[in-house]
Design a protein around this ligand. Sequence first.
Ligand code: C5P
Length: 337
Amino acid sequence: MTLVCSAQQPGHDHDKDGYDRGIVSPVTSVTVRVPAKLNLQLAVGPARDDGYHDLVTVFHAVSLFDEVTVAPADRDSVVVTGEGAGDVPADASNLAARAAAALLRVVGPGAADAPGLAIRIIKRIPVAAGLAGGSANAAATLVGCNELWRTGLRPQDLRELASGIGSDVAFALLGGSAIGTGRGERVTPALASGTFHWVLAFATGGLSTSDVYAACDRIRASRGLTVPEPALDNAIMAALRSGDPAALGPLLSNDLQQAAISLRPELRRALAAGRELGALGAMVSGSGPTCAFLARNLGHAQKLAAALTGAGVCRGVASVAGPVPGACVTADATEQA
Ligand code: C5P
């Protein structure tokens, strides 16, 4: 698994045997790009004693990216710009700030060579949209600070830290397609062929993940349903391996979909519109309210995106592709000697 895209840290002088000879220019900032996720299957088990639900999910990272830059500073700060920035806390409660604090607790305050950390987040992933944007920002911050502070932590160390921050953070580190179990925090890479093209339809306003899980529990209780343990749909895994969108489309499933629709009935209209316009599959993404539509190919996705915009069933659309890699360093700035 490749956690960081850059094979070598700029500023470090490596011999061809890979050993660091100690000629180091201080890194002054690190920028990390991190994708949104879809759940191609989201099977939700009964509520656990800790309030969470055991899941079996098939994660799929798509090409809608946030960008996080971390830099040493005199004091801590979080600046958020872009899509839904006003709804993101710009203080220590921000998931990105919590990720940096968690990493610093593990490596010790001496790892940072400045008293504070400046975190700048450029958002394209809508907030509270079922696309794990907050988790993505936390994952990007872990990768960025790991590079900035040269902690030497391994990918599995970061994944362990990630699971304490949020259920989707470990997957945002990994990217690609993966099976998630436990709360979603235990991730195993899954095989996929080719590229799938999707249209995301964004709703006005967000949905609280815990509200959607609570609605799911209420619906199940009102029907007196015995909730089975969640299980992986092997047909979805085979469709992913085949790379055939026509095989994958009808198999998409989300146990939270009904709950999300119960809280936002207008989603039913958006899903129906996408199906009528020729989507191979239509689903609410995670806890919603974003809807995801599978297209035959890029051209079909672009047509579908235009038609959904025209249908007036959503606030905006994006044509994206998956799978894409998880959190990747895209730029290091180093102090000029
Ligand atoms: O882990 P994360 O902070 O993303 O979860 C947000 C909320 O979603 C949790 O507080 C919980 O209410 C709900 N959740 C759940 N079961 C999961 C994941 C999340 O009930 N497996």
